[in-house]
Write a protein that binds this ligand. Structure first.
Ligand SMILES: Cc1cc2nc3c(=O)[nH]c(=O)nc-3n(C[C@H](O)[C@H](O)[C@H](O)COP(=O)(O)OP(=O)(O)OC[C@H]3O[C@@H](n4cnc5c(N)ncnc54)[C@H](O)[C@@H]3O)c2cc1C
Length: 601
């Protein structure tokens, strides 16, 4: 219906009549007249003490000759997350079907400190550039790469310092001093664990994957293997240094800029500013960490259904507590994988806990076969992330960075190998409410899991749901921007898949993903999540391990926290300098982040 003009005042009518429609605000690309001149780039280079790089992708060698040895060698290197991490042109995933393909920026500022970052932020704002920030480069959504952009690359800001008596700036007299670790935002968790646990015998809550970046993970909310005990990684953030869109360098914590501090805890990376340093609390280390692994094959659909039911009831009765983390995987070919970790109990106790389940499986050899026998082991907690000890005692669990002269600390879990350089077909997740573990609901949950596996395999990541975590960790997680769904979820269900050939790359002859296979897989993965969602329709999804096309993503990633997060965004980045796909405020921009949609400037 047309509005009645009589409702408007004459002055408003005049304003409407004379105001010419402004062209939408657009950021500039290298082909636009407004792209900064060479002289301007050189000036920026001086300002950042030479740390400006004109990016040349190593994939260019393959574009010239895909059969050349250099290209073959590159695709071998693309299986090494440390190699990828050291390359400003690359990201840990090659892309996601129908969503994004990794593409380098035009220039990168390889920042060494907050001043370099501020110079890059100011340059991007003044020159209307598309800005992108990369730490560890592990975004599944492709949010740390963008073509035609300026990259702020934090890799070189990786100093780690342990502190005995840390009090956030401005919190003197309000907060007790505590043990903490201050980390440059470009550090990866492996180096943090090496410093905090292997060297100093303390615990810090970070990510499970060793090559994930610290600032990206904290802004995701962040889970590690032992989060059921120690909570959300973001909840342990005590302070951050951040460069905001106006180029200011702020120190934020519970006492200074508490709104921005809150937003950084789970509000999503790359949306509020560039974090240059974080300080996290550290805690006493438990004596032991342990693991339980194995896999069981059921010989019929009925046996598989019973096995799923048994695993669910066993988890609910015995493992649904802070001692246990990580995963059960339910596969389409009627086998399940057990990949669990524990802390707070010893090996003997772990064996006792698993005995009834093991006996149950063994009592029906006509129905179940151990494809991989149940193995229960533990090690002194201080060895957990010690590269020298792990490569000696558990060489099958880790892979070394095989580049000549690579630091000996550079290892990663073999379990993460398949994801390196992967082209994804689909990726979905949903938090599963703890009430599904009630006796009256277990059958429904087991049925839904079985139905889901008819389409695709599904993993239950118990450490990524905080139900039954210690009360103080739930309270701390409540004080973050992460969707409150996490507080009452017993697990995060992840359904995902990618190209099984290993690293492949769209546009590189001989190394291209099979798009027909990808399309089929994407459809099955989507339908599998729709099937599982029938029992968890209204819960959220973890912002950093989620569906690129997540409907109602604001609600899904942040739930009731979204309006507060939007206010923080408007306060600190009113013009939307920081844009990432499905990040806070991104609804005001075109999909590529170049054109402002709603408000003309
Ligand atoms: C193999 C693999 C394993 C994973 N394992 C886990 C896990 O165990 N637990 C878990 O919770 N998640 C996990 N993730 C998801 C991962 O934690 C998140 O994607 C995280 O945001 C990655 O951070 P990053 O610095 O490595 O990635 P990046 O891609 O560099 O950054 C992720 C996002 O954060 C932004 N960002 C990075 N640095 C900064 C900064 N200094 N200031 C502002 N914004 C910044 C980027 O712009 C981007 O939007 C995993 C991902 C992969 C690929």
């Amino acid at each position: 219906m047309l509005p009645s003009f009589t409702r408007y005042s004459p002055s408003l009518l005049t304003a409407l009549a004379v105001s010419p429609k402004k062209a939408p605000f657009k950021r500039v690309r290298p082909t636009d007249a407004g792209w900064p001149s060479e002289a301007k780039w050189q000036k920026l280079k001086l300002e950042v003490n030479g740390s400006l790089i004109k990016i040349e992708s190593p994939l260019n060698a393959c574009k010239i000759d895909a059969k050349a040895n250099a290209c073959k060698e590159l695709f071998r290197e693309l299986r090494n997350p440390y190699f990828i991490g050291d390359e400003p042109a690359l990201t840990q995933s090659a892309g996601l079907f129908n969503a994004w393909t990794s593409a380098p920026s035009i220039y990168a500022v390889a920042a060494k400190n907050a001043d370099d970052v501020a110079a890059a932020v100011n340059f991007a704002r003044i020159n209307k550039l598309r800005l992108v920030v990369k730490g560890g480069g592990h975004s599944y959504q492709g949010t740390s790469n963008a073509p035609d952009s300026l990259l702020i690359w934090t890799r070189a800001m990786n100093k780690i310092e342990l502190l005995d008596q840390f009090v956030p700036v401005g919190c003197e007299g309000r907060e007790n001093p505590q043990q903490a670790v201050t980390v440059g935002s470009g550090a990866i968790w492996k180096y943090v664990y090496e410093a905090v646990t292997a060297k100093a015998g303390r615990y810090v809550q970070g990510g499970g994957c060793l090559t994930v970046g610290v600032a990206g993970l904290i802004q995701s909310g962040g889970f590690g293997s032992f989060s059921k005990k120690y909570g959300l990684a973001a909840a342990a953030l005590l302070e951050a240094e951040i460069v905001t869109a106006d180029g200011r360098i702020l120190v934020v914590n519970a006492c200074q800029h508490p709104d921005l501090f809150w937003g950084l805890k789970g509000g999503g990376g790359g949306s509020l500013g560039v974090v240059t340093r974080i300080t996290l609390k550290t805690r006493d280390l438990p004596n032991w960490f342990g693991s339980v692994s194995g896999s069981i094959k059921a010989n019929s659909d009925d046996a598989y259904k019973k096995l799923i039911e048994r695993m669910i009831s066993f988890y609910g009765e015995q493992l649904f507590n802070p001692n246990w983390g990580e995963q059960f995987q339910f596969y389409a070919d009627n086998h399940i994988g057990i990949s669990m970790v524990f802390q707070g109990i010893d090996n003997k106790q772990a064996k006792e806990i698993w005995k009834p389940f093991k006996d149950w499986v063994n009592s029906a050899p006509q129905e179940y076969t151990w494809q991989k026998p149940l193995e229960i082991g533990s090690l002194p907690a201080k060895f957990m992330w010690n590269s020298a000890i792990l490569t000696k005692l558990a060489p099958s669990a880790v892979v070394k960075d095989d580049r000549p002269n690579a630091p000996s600390e550079n290892i990663f879990w073999r379990g993460d190998q398949d994801q390196v350089g992967l082209f994804w077909h689909g990726y979905h997740s949903a938090w599963l409410p703890a009430e599904l573990l009630n006796e009256s609901k277990q059958q429904q949950l087991a049925n839904a899991l079985f139905a889901t596996t008819r389409l695709w395999s599904v993993g239950l990541h118990f450490n990524k749901g905080l139900a039954n975590a210690p009360a103080e960790e739930i309270a701390a997680a409540k004080d973050t921007a992460t969707n409150p769904s996490v507080l009452t979820a017993f697990a995060l269900a992840i359904i995902a898949g990618g190209d099984e050939k290993g690293p492949v790359f769209p546009g590189i002859a001989g190394h291209e993903p099979d798009m027909q296979v990808a399309a089929r897989a994407a459809d099955l993965i989507k339908r599998a999540m729709e099937t599982l969602r029938l029992i968890a329709s209204d819960t959220g999804s973890y912002v950093s391990e989620t569906n690129f096309f997540e409907p109602d993503w604001q609600h899904s990633f942040w739930g009731t926290n979204y309006s507060k997060l939007s206010e923080v965004k408007r306060r600190y980045d009113p013009d939307g300098l920081f844009f990432v796909h499905h990040g806070v405020g991104s609804e005001e921009w075109s999909d590529d982040g170049f054109t402002k949609l709603s408000v003309s400037k």
